[in-house]
Ligand binder design. Structure first.
Ligand code: NAI
Length: 679
């Protein structure tokens, strides 16, 4: 902070037409973020501008990576009281209001990131101009941090593009490309980089009318119509999230619905609403997760590795989808299996993925060109990364790894996607056991953000770091974990899933169990999740983990698998499926069912395993357990992850509950090793 006092934050130039250009360059920071120093310095510049009557003002960024990435979330989230936050926000309002009411035209030139507070600064300018490069990303993603725009952005965006499009953007936190932003009138124009300055000057000299919402959109904001629009918005939002879990989108709708007549008061209520939201557990947890996500990304920064081509062996569910995802992300991929017929379905799935994700037929064709079937394994010797994803069978995997090893280049990462076989046993067949790394993807590959980077004691950490960098290259979050049964995520998930199955065997309705979990905040109930993963896979992973983790496998799971009820993929598991869609469960309604007890049983089994993983050093600290469970399974993000939930509940209280369940239900609830370290 001290440094900022001595370094220039806004670089000013004035051209021959008396147009002032203020270029933001936050010192000692890769990206521009809005700090209190940035605001103070802008305030000073605006004073000078106001007294010098220039023809116009251009606001831009001197950073290569973008305009402004957002507000300084860390400081923001650390404010101790609603009053402190409110007055900090009001200072920003005061400066943005002055920028907005300058007598001369103002233009924000946007390239790269223009998010959150950065977008709100741009909205306070009369015009916005975006670089049409694909790297331009424009949006107000505050809801993802449990708040909503607070620097006047919600008021100004609604005024400029209308309530429906503005709410659609703000309630989802969607990020737009330059073209999409222009289409929605979030920016006035998007032009190639070389024309930005010229176009900005033209806007200042010609002064076209300021962007304004259409007449129809303005009608929707009339006081008499607002209750109806607000009700529709609330209903649509409630279909996606629960207000008690995620209050901020609802607060944004309320803010607009009950807006004071006076615009200045409207802006003040916006500031107050955000000041209150930032203090909620949801916002504090989401902000913490944001930084945990940055921490996972930082694991990728320890090596310069950059893969051009990869080779995947095993074109099944996982291998096929891993190959497709890597080709989508621009890598050249060879995909091997025992025959061309076994590869064909994976290529079809890849084609569907490309069609869904890529906009032009040319892009789809290029992605298809990058993905080649390779039955004979020609790609092995050329690849920078080789990923083994064949059946979960030790002998088969060892035979394959032995064949691969002599063909690899020295720098090539040799990885396995095994979900339950230890790296030590797999690597024992290799000449150089130190080069095997686990790259444990989650199913479905195109959706799940996390990849566990598994190391054994033997693994060369250079390869592990390169594997983390590779995970980032394909847009995933790497989590370094120690090789141990189930690694981190599956190991923690398994007791939770098995507890749910035990409850089914006790005749508790499946939809009740699932509902308790989703009410807690899980994205899907455990029974539906087991069906989605495949009951055969659950059974085989559970069987593999049972001896080490002391798991008892419910006979219900074994009998369903024996009957061929494998879950969604076979049309029947615990639920029935028609064309892949879950049918309502026809179960008897239980009267007097203890929902709290169901929640306790599920969560306590899961947390007990988390604590044990921590004491065994599967990951380095409790924060990484939370990161793994949130990004790998979708564990209630607003609760901050299981360890954060444990801390909120209190260690002593949870131990007591475990002991009670251990005596009233079964010894599987006995506190495992590790709790003593938390006391
Ligand atoms: P899968 O049974 O769908 O596919 C395996 C494929 O490997 C088959 O197409 C088979 O023909 C091929 N294969 C077997 N031996 C081969 C050989 N010697 N050479 C070339 N191809 C060979 O299996 P899935 O589900 O894709 O699993 C693959 C690996 O990924 C396993 O280690 C599994 O534990 C792991 N995994 C599975 C997850 C899942 O949800 N299914 C999640 C994460 C990891």
């Amino acid at each position: 902070m001290m440094n900022h006092l001595h370094k220039t934050i806004w670089h000013k130039s004035i051209d021959q037409d008396n147009i002032v250009c203020l270029s933001l360059d936050v010192p000692d920071s890769k990206a521009n973020i809005i700090t209190s120093e940035v605001i103070e310095a802008l305030s000073t510049e605006l004073d000078i501008v106001a007294s010098s009557s220039p023809r116009g003002v251009i606001i831009c960024s001197a950073k290569e990576n973008g305009f402004i990435a957002g507000a300084d979330i860390k400081t923001f989230a650390q404010q101790h009281s609603i009053d402190d936050t409110f007055s900090a926000i009001k200072q920003v309002h005061e400066v943005f209001n002055r920028l907005e009411s300058l007598a001369c035209p103002t233009v924000a030139i946007i390239h790269g990131f223009c998010l959150g507070g950065g977008m709100e600064l741009a909205l306070a300018c009369r015009y916005r101009l975006a670089d049409d490069d694909p790297s331009t990303r424009v949006g107000l993603p505050e809801v993802k941090l449990g708040i909503h725009p607070g620097y006047g952005g919600s008021v100004r965006l609604i005024e400029q593009i209308g309530v429906i499009p503005a709410m659609t953007l703000m309630l989802s936190g969607q990020i737009l490309s330059a073209k999409a932003a222009q289409k929605m009138a979030v920016v006035d124009q998007s032009v190639p980089h070389r024309y930005l300055q010229k176009t900005a000057r033209e806007l200042i000299l010609q002064q076209p009318p300021k962007q304004q919402a259409s007449r129809f959109q303005r009608l929707l904001s009339l006081k008499v119509v607002r209750p109806i629009v607000a009700a529709v918005l609330r209903k649509k939002t409630a279909d996606k999230v629960k207000e008690k879990h995620y209050p901020s989108p609802f607060a944004l709708i309320n803010l607009w619905h009950h807006q004071p007549k006076d615009r200045h008061d409207f802006l003040t209520t916006e500031a107050l609403s955000v000041a209150k939201l930032i203090q909620t557990d949801t916002a504090q947890n989401l902000v913490r997760l944001f930084f945990l996500q940055e921490r996972l990304k930082s694991f990728a920064k320890q090596s310069e590795f950059h893969a051009q081509s990869i080779h995947v062996i095993g074109a099944g569910i996982m291998g096929g989808d891993i190959a497709a995802w890597c080709a989508l992300r621009g890598l050249r991929v060879t995909l091997q299996d025992q025959s061309a017929e076994r590869i064909a379905p994976a290529i079809d799935r890849a084609h569907n993925l490309f069609k869904r994700q890529l906009k032009t037929t040319h892009a789809v064709r290029s992605a298809m060109d990058r993905l080649s079937p390779d039955v004979s394994g020609m790609g092995i010797s050329k690849a920078d990364v080789v990923i083994e994803a064949i059946f979960e069978n030790l002998d088969a995997k060892q035979n394959l790894l032995k064949q691969i090893e002599p063909q690899l280049q020295t720098h090539t990462i040799l990885a396995t996607n095994t979900s339950s076989i230890s790296l030590e046993s797999l690597a024992s067949c290799l000449q150089q056991a130190q080069r095997l790394v686990g790259l444990h993807f989650f199913n479905p590959v195109a959706k799940m953000q996390l990849i566990e980077i598994v190391s054994s004691d033997e693994t060369d950490q250079n390869y592990a770091m390169q594997a983390a960098t590779f995970a980032r290259q394909i847009g995933r979050l790497p989590l370094p974990v120690k090789s141990a049964p189930g690694f981190l995520v599956n190991r923690i998930l398994m007791p939770y899933l098995l507890e749910a199955v035990s409850m089914v065997a006790e005749n508790i309705a499946i939809d009740t169990i699932d509902r308790v979990a989703t009410d807690f905040g899980m994205p899907m109930g455990p029974i539906e999740l087991a069906d989605a993963v495949g009951l055969d896979i659950c059974l085989s992973v559970a069987t593999m983990l049972a001896p080490e983790l002391g798991l008892e496998i419910p006979t219900k799971l074994e009998s369903l698998v024996a009957e061929g009820c494998l879950g969604r993929k076979s049309g029947q598991g615990f639920y029935l499926y028609k064309e892949g869609k879950k049918q309502a469960a026809h179960t008897l309604v239980h009267i007097g069912i203890d929902r709290k007890l169901i929640e306790q049983r599920l969560m306590l089994r899961l947390i007990n395993e988390c604590v044990c993983c921590l004491s065994e050093g599967i990951v380095d600290d409790a924060d990484l357990i939370d990161a793994g469970m949130v990004f790998g399974t979708g564990f209630a993000p607003f609760k901050g992850g299981p360890m954060s939930y444990l801390n909120q509940q209190g260690v002593q209280a949870i131990i007591k509950q475990l002991e009670q369940l251990s005596s009233s239900i079964d010894s599987r609830f006995t506190p495992k090793t590790g709790w003593e370290d938390l006391l």
